[in-house]
Design a protein around this ligand. Structure first.
Ligand SMILES: [Zn+2]
Ligand SMILES: [Zn+2]
Ligand SMILES: [Zn+2]
Length: 256
């Protein structure tokens, strides 16, 4: 299984518009963070989790070859507003691409992208997709993708467990609480990627301290933070965290 971080930044992205702090003005590419998205190649299938506003740039920058299925964590703007560019893949692949999310997420997608379901457009003009409410594990080729309900402020949103080729990967980009029923799925993990917004506490996201504590509890072989703000300089944060938790960067790949 190959994991590529397409984006590791919070909703503003880094650099943040109108900010001249040392991280936003850094020339180090590890301090440039697009909005959160993950690209997983498993058993010959290509999966995308979330289609943020940067999706087109992410696909071109990090070589997304095809898209066999899209999984959506929740309908916040920073996770869905690049969705229209999925149309290039449905056009190239000449098929409908399945798109999975909670009933609430799919309802919002049908509303925000109402033109997608219209029949009048010619092929290629709109994404050709099959919106599907997901509550159970879904099989894509040899891989199994299980939704992981987590709290994100007052909302329940999804993370996903991806199993395939003997590896188990958890991805929860937006979250400030993991219920016991969800934690039970996160055993014997090879890789766990978890929201760790910033050092200060936040009402809808784990702080870095809370995230590191939760990652230690989950005890995956490899732990990563994501959804980072401009308050975290890449190298300074990595030095602070030591070897237990990796601070990823956009384009970073992990082969499992
Ligand atoms: Zn987000
Ligand atoms: Zn800044
Ligand atoms: Zn969110």
């Amino acid at each position: 299984m190959k994991i590529t971080f397409l984006g590791t930044g919070t909703s503003h992205g880094i650099p943040m518009i109108g900010c001249s702090c040392n991280v936003c003005t850094s020339s180090d590419l590890k301090n440039k963070r697009r909005r959160c998205s993950l690209y997983v190649v498993v058993g010959g299938k290509h999966l995308i989790i979330d289609t943020p506003p940067d999706f087109r740039d992410q696909v071109l920058s990090f070589g997304v070859e095809r898209v066999d299925a899209v999984f959506l964590t929740h309908p916040h703007a920073d996770h869905i507003y690049g969705f229209d560019d999925v149309r290039r893949f449905s056009d190239l692949q000449k098929n409908h691409i399945p798109v999975y999310g909670s009933a609430r997420t799919i309802k919002q997608m049908r509303k925000k992208f109402d033109y997608v379901d219209r029949k009048s457009h010619s092929f290629g003009g709109v994404p050709r997709v099959c919106f599907t409410d997901q509550t159970e594990p879904v099989r894509i080729g040899e891989a199994i993708v299980t939704p992981l309900p987590v709290s994100h402020g007052a909302d329940m949103v999804y993370g996903f467990l991806i199993e395939g080729e003997g590896a188990r990967v958890g991805y929860i980009p937006d979250c400030n609480g993991i219920p016991a029923e969800t934690l039970r799925y996160l055993e014997n993990m090879d890789l766990m990627i978890l929201d760790g917004l910033r050092l200060q506490e936040h009402p809808t996201h784990f702080s870095i301290g809370e995230s590191v504590e939760m990652l230690a509890r989950i005890g995956a072989k490899h732990s990563c933070l994501t959804h980072l703000t401009h308050n975290s300089e890449h190298h300074a944060l990595q030095t602070q965290l030591g070897e237990a938790v990796t601070v990823p960067w956009d384009g970073m790949e992990i082969q499992l």
